[in-house]
Design a protein around this ligand. Structure first.
Ligand code: TMP
Length: 235
């Protein structure tokens, strides 16, 4: 697939056009940011880990009935994907209290939740990705009602599949963020990535944090942890 000009550069990835207007190439970087870009750094080989891990998970989710943008991995850092219009929503699922949920509601990290929580943030860096609800999304026309229903369904499905996948690999899926896009036919596809940047994963035995919180909170052993998660994902 012929690579053409760069379409976009985000905080963790670059996106390139290809000879086919329906396909894009995503290239994963080692750059890491946190707190809406205020903290910046590099995590050696993060791009390789996130690319490979994301593609393994997208393959499993596709088989489980969640359509994704994945076409094919091209190299350690590059993947061919279907072009979509990304819905400006961060779709967050929480199985256990942590992070901003713990802070906002005053609940200790690691506390069990009486039910699975789905929450949305409005993807808007200038506003700091504020929490948003279903009514806000529809009022602001960020998605249609049908798209929103689909997104909610897929998000819970992704959670069920991933919880079991990580459980079998000695990891607890605490929470995660996913994004969806709409292709040229109007089909909703799981897009962006699923990686230690976008999930909280705790070791099932020790509760050791095995995700980007090691970078966000300066816990050390960042590169080793990303590598260890990929090794477990590969099985
Ligand atoms: P939070 O507790 O900080 O709201 O994060 C919830 C989940 O979303 C956690 O698994 C990390 C992930 N996340 C992202 O992928 N991108 C982001 O910009 C933020 C803030 C969180």
């Amino acid at each position: 697939m012929g690579k053409r000009g760069q379409l976009y550069e985000g905080k963790a990835k670059k996106v390139f056009e290809t000879d086919d207007p329906e396909l894009l190439i995503v290239s994963y970087k080692d750059d890491a940011t946190a707190f809406n870009g205020q903290k910046k750094g590099q995590i050696a080989d993060k791009g390789v880990v996130n690319n490979i891990m994301s593609n393994i998970l997208f393959g499993i989710l596709e088989d489980a009935g969640v359509p994704t943008h994945l076409v094919k991995q091209l190299s350690d850092r590059e993947t061919l994907v279907k072009r979509v219009r990304i819905l400006p929503l961060e779709v967050i699922i929480r199985n256990v209290a942590a992070g901003s949920f713990s802070q906002r509601y005053g609940v200790e990290e690691g506390s069990p939740l009486a039910r699975t929580v789905l929450e949305f943030s409005y993807k808007n860096d200038a506003l700091g990705d504020p929490l948003i609800n279903d009514d806000h999304i529809l009022a602001l026309e960020l998605s249609t009602e049908a798209e929103l229903a689909r997104v909610r369904d897929y998000a819970f499905k992704v959670n069920e599949v991933m919880k079991e996948f990580f459980r079998a690999r000695g990891l607890k899926l605490i929470d995660f963020k996913i994004e969806f896009g709409v292709d040229s036919k109007g089909t909703i596809l799981l897009a962006d990535e699923i990686s230690p940047d976008t999930c909280r994963l705790w070791d099932a035995e020790t509760n050791e944090k095995m995700d980007k919180d090691r970078f966000r909170r300066d816990l050390g052993k960042v590169e080793e942890t990303y590598r260890a998660v990929l090794d477990r994902v590969k099985g």
